[in-house]
Design a protein around this ligand. Structure first.
Ligand code: HEM
Ligand code: HEM
Ligand SMILES: [Fe+2]
Length: 477
């Protein structure tokens, strides 16, 4: 990203976006490394014992995941805002300052996770080490910092949205980002009752990924289709509004699929079953959305007489198409598999959940955010038509092929656990260990590690592609 061609209206906002994307990409690499450590520990339990135990590696792996995605999501908003509103982002100086505050806070948090790791069971640990809540483990001082940064970001988005042109995409983003930031508050307090505590924790985890983040992806997909293919705004925005309604409708009550076994009233079985089963529908709509719009542009020309079916950014487009497939497969299919209480009774908390968690996060979010990074790289380097390079093709193939392989391995491992630990041995303590010592389970863990290495090779090529795009002759300027 060395050659900066950003000039004119919105260049400040776009520059800030590239900072966010760069930090996100670095954290993505860190996420994979800690995942590899945890995967090696499944195969060789003594690996890094008492240096970087499984619990710490796993925590770093999934917290880095959430944080890199939030960084990339903020970055994508700063990138598209000037294009949509037609003006420079309001409050961009504060936005830049907050980026550094955010990045510094994350670096400190990661160093504490790595070197202090755990503390005594008291308030001090919650304030300064971590809160011990899966996915959002940041210590309380950092929680407050994140709230300040999020408020600044939402304020910039609102002030810009209200001053500039109000497209459907910006309007949806404004409403969505308020909900996204507001939900974080539900993960910031403790209650003595663990059921009540888990109840609120799910308000962040489920309502983020199955409501606010999905709506966000709808808005990005709409923006991406207009930028890369010149899709008709009326058509993509109409679909976007339909998806917003469907996602909020099913996503909110679909939260019941996490209330089955945590001590909440039994009526959640019916509510959770019905509404979470409806959740894949908007994902199908999103999938059709991308293919339909692309089909419509075939043979048409834009105002300058350029063929619309010419894809202006092939690597980004590849990642966007993978997003449509991945979201549908990882969230829709793998999610639906275990969402009915009758099935979930057996699959709950097995490697099956992990299979779904991996494919859904990768398919629904990693893909489109990497796609947005490519759009930013095209803009920053002043490239008119961005073709695939060898590294861009290899990286997308290794990352998504590795992820699919990992999902299959984890699904097989989960199947063994369901059959042996749960069905045959009735979810007993002995059953738990029998399930994990079987040959099929052990081999699946080997395959997960191999597929993790494949993914890491894909990441290395992605990083190389990002860093060398400015010099690559295959792109038309
Ligand atoms: C992109 C959207 C989604 C993402 C990123 C996602 C991710 C995840 C993750 C990471 C977990 C594990 C949580 C934990 O650690 O306990 C989980 C659990 C679960 N997800 Fe999703 N999910 C998505 C969409 C869906 C959809 C659409 C459905 C249903 C149709 C679904 C059904 C479930 C169920 C039933 C569980 C609980 C599994 C268990 O009992 O162990 N998810 N999801
Ligand atoms: C090098 C590639 C990767 C490896 C080796 C890896 C390995 C692991 C391991 C060992 C765990 C702990 C599982 C357990 O507690 O039983 C884990 C959890 C998790 N990883 Fe990864 N991972 C990789 C890439 C990714 C990617 C790319 C994503 C998402 C985009 C991701 C999302 C998750 C999630 C959401 C969990 C928690 C799952 C749950 O509790 O159900 N991982 N990973
Ligand atoms: Fe959920």
């Amino acid at each position: 990203m060395a050659n900066n061609h950003l000039t004119g209206i919105g260049s400040e906002s776009k520059q800030l976006a590239t900072w966010y994307f760069t930090f996100a990409a670095i954290l993505f690499g860190a996420q994979l490394l800690f995942g590899l450590v945890a995967a090696i520990q499944y195969v060789m339990p003594g690996f890094m014992f008492e240096v970087l135990d499984f619990s710490v590696a796993r925590m770093l792996h999934i917290n880095a995941l959430v944080v890199w995605m939030v960084f990339a999501m903020f970055g994508a908003v700063y990138w598209l805002l000037p294009d949509e509103t037609g003006i420079e982002t309001v409050g961009i100086k504060i936005g830049k300052l907050l980026f550094w505050v955010f990045a510094a806070a994350i670096v400190v948090v990661v160093l504490v996770y790595l070197f202090i790791q755990v503390g005594p069971a008291d308030e001090m640990s919650i304030w300064f080490i971590h809160e011990g809540r899966e996915y959002i483990e940041a210590p309380r001082w950092a929680d407050f910092g994140i709230v300040v940064v999020a408020l600044g970001f939402v304020a910039n988005l609102f002030l810009t949205g209200m001053k500039g042109k109000q497209t459907g995409i910006v309007t949806v983003l404004m409403a969505d980002m308020i909900a996204f930031a507001g939900l974080y508050l539900c993960g910031m307090f403790f209650t003595d009752n663990i059921s009540v505590d888990q109840y609120w924790w799910w308000w962040v985890i489920h309502l983020w990924v199955e409501a606010t983040w999905e709506v966000y992806v709808g808005a990005l997909a709409a923006y991406g289709l207009i930028t890369m293919l010149g899709a008709h705004r009326k058509v993509v925005e109409m679909w976007l509004w339909i998806e917003v309604t469907m996602l909020f409708g099913s996503g909110i009550l679909g939260m019941g699929h996490h209330y089955f076994w945590i001590g909440t009233p039994e009526y959640w079985w019916e509510i959770g079953a019905l509404f979470s089963a409806l959740e894949p529908l908007p994902l199908v709509a999103m999938f059709i959305h991308v293919l339909y719009d692309w089909g419509k542009t075939q043979g048409e020309q834009d105002a300058q007489g350029q063929e619309l079916s010419v894809i202006r950014n092939k690597p980004a487009f590849t990642w966007f198409v993978l997003n449509a497939f991945g979201n549908f497969l990882g969230a829709g299919i793998w999610g639906f598999f275990h969402t009915l209480p009758q099935v979930n009774l057996y699959t709950h908390g097995t490697q099956f959940t992990s299979a779904h968690g991996h494919l859904a996060f990768f398919g629904a979010y990693a893909t489109i955010l990497i796609g947005m990074m490519y759009i930013a790289i095209q803009g920053t380097n002043g490239i008119k038509i961005m073709n695939h390079t060898r590294s861009s093709i290899w990286s997308v193939s290794l990352l998504s092929g590795g992820m699919m392989g990992m999902t299959v391995a984890l699904t097989i491992a989960g199947y063994v656990q369901v059959l042996v630990s749960r069905a045959q041995m009735g979810a007993t303590w002995a059953g738990y260990f029998d399930g994990q010592s079987g040959m099929w389970f052990a081999q699946a863990m080997d395959w997960r590690l191999i597929m993790g290495l494949v993914m890491f090779a894909g990441f290395a090529l992605l990083a190389k592609d990002f860093l060398t795009t400015g010099k690559n002759p295959v792109h038309q300027r």
